[in-house]
Design a protein. Structure first.
Length: 466
């Protein structure tokens, strides 16, 4: 890369996205098109995102076995693209300016008068989606990029005022260190990405650098429920606001009632009751996400009752406990949970429904499975029937020959009453073969298990209309 990202973006007219079919890449491509750049890109194969992009007027070349960026003057790539990738390598050899997705987004984001970064290990997508949705409902028209489609809008990017940005900021590859937000929402902090961090200490050090970046007013909104954040923020000299369940939090969710696929709670500002909130998304973790969103939105000047009213109609984000099918006594859920903490939170939320629970789990990354296989062996105790399928490698090498048996053996040691390993391609037939499948069937994982959830749901729809 020659020159700063800011100068490159000022000079560029046509941005070419290598791997444009990813969630984060497609969101940025849409925003750049809205802001006036010509945008095109490529991906290995077609998916729902690439089809949507083409419909929106963004050309997408499939296959990535030839060069299609001849008239572009900027190449954009993500961490998922290897340095040996044909197009990325050719772009660099041609001396074309090449920027990582985070460099582009952070440059645009940091120029906004008011910028909100939602980051942390879990809950980023839902929390940033809640914030963006409420701002939109209240007429504020933010620029917004999140890590999954907002179900209310059917997209992962909202277009609006370039001086009001809301973005889910990814910590997985340390690219969050490029951002200087006016407001930071920190949901929680855990060891989740062994492909980029040696241990939790390195994660904390990375966030120390992120929080040390100059910004104005630099308010940090963080969870009082997370001891790691508490320890980290005690060392940071920034304006700080705590949210949580505890009455001594600055903003708190109290008197929580979980109601099936929703919940309600009293929202308090310091020790004073503010408003009653009703959510249409399930689980205690989503109550905490809502408390984080409300805390931030109040700092932006919104009225608590107005926020609560908007949250009532928030439907959630795609693949975050997303309801795919419901008929009679069968409910099908698709969820992105891939870390033991997330899996446990999703199972607890689904357990509140009081139905028999069948879970299909696809581990994500060999490195994560290696790091957490023992923990994964403990989080499925409340699942009635468990199906495990092969690890989704995400292109990682596998020198330790990690496979699904690592988790399976842990479950066997704990004497789980019903667990089975099934090849991904056979999951739908396995489920359909089960006599009188009832209750909740949940597909969990960050790989391509969502495709199997869609396949299974489509079969159910076909049977229903036959």
């Amino acid at each position: 890369m020659n020159g700063s990202a800011d100068l490159i973006l000022k000079l560029a007219r046509h941005a070419y996205f290598i791997g444009i079919g990813g969630v984060g890449m497609s969101a940025l491509a849409r925003v750049m098109k809205f802001l006036g750049w010509k945008v095109s890109g490529s991906d290995v194969k077609a998916n729902a995102i690439t089809h949507a992009l083409v419909q929106e007027g963004i050309p997408v070349h499939l296959g990535q076995n030839a060069l299609h960026f001849e008239d572009a003057d900027l190449a954009v790539y993500s961490t998922a693209i290897d340095a040996s990738h044909l197009e990325l390598k050719a772009a660099r050899e041609s001396k074309m300016p090449v920027l990582h997705r985070a460099q582009v987004l952070a440059t645009l984001f940091n120029q906004a008068k008011t910028s909100v970064a939602v980051t942390g290990t879990h809950g980023k997508t839902t929390t940033s989606s809640m914030i963006a949705y409420v701002l939109s409902r209240c007429g504020k028209k933010p620029m917004c990029l999140v890590g999954g489609d907002l179900l209310n809008f059917g997209t992962n990017a909202l277009f609006g005022d370039a001086n009001l940005w809301v973005s889910e900021v990814d910590e997985s590859d340390k690219s969050h260190e490029l951002y200087s937000p006016s407001y930071t929402v920190l949901t929680n902090l855990e060891d989740d990405h062994p492909e980029h961090y040696r241990d939790l200490k390195e994660v904390e050090q990375s966030f120390e650098r992120f929080l040390a970046r100059p910004c104005n007013p630099g308010v940090v909104i963080y969870s009082k429920e997370d001891p790691i954040l508490g320890r980290l923020l005690n060392q940071i000299d920034r304006p700080k606001i705590r949210f949580g369940f505890a009455p001594d939090a600055d903003f708190s969710a109290q008197n929580v009632q979980l109601n099936g696929m929703g919940s309600e709670f009293d929202f308090f500002e310091t020790a004073f009751f503010s408003t009653r909130v009703h959510l249409s998304v399930p689980g205690l973790h989503n109550v905490l996400n809502a408390a984080a969103a409300m805390t931030l939105l109040i700092q932006l000047g919104l009225d608590p009752d107005e926020i609560a009213s908007a949250l009532t109609t928030f439907q959630g984000a795609r693949r975050r406990l997303e309801k795919k099918w419901q008929s009679g006594d069968l409910l099908v859920i698709d969820d992105y949970a891939h870390h033991p903490t997330e899996v446990q939170a999703s199972i607890r939320a689904l357990r509140q429904l009081g139905h028999r629970l069948t879970v299909i789990f696809q581990p994500h990354r060999f490195s994560r499975t290696r790091r957490f296989f023992k923990e994964f062996g403990t989080v499925f105790d409340d699942v009635d029937d468990l199906i495990l399928t092969d690890v989704y490698g995400a292109g990682e090498p596998n020198p330790d020959k990690v496979d699904i048996q690592w988790i399976y053996r842990q479950l066997m040691d704990r004497k789980h009453p019903s667990v089975k390993v099934v090849a991904k391609e056979a999951i739908t037939s396995e489920l359909l073969s089960r006599h009188r499948l009832t209750g909740t069937v949940a597909f969990l994982g960050a790989g391509d298990i969502g495709d199997i959830a869609n396949e299974f749901t489509n079969q159910l729809k076909n049977f229903a209309t036959a």
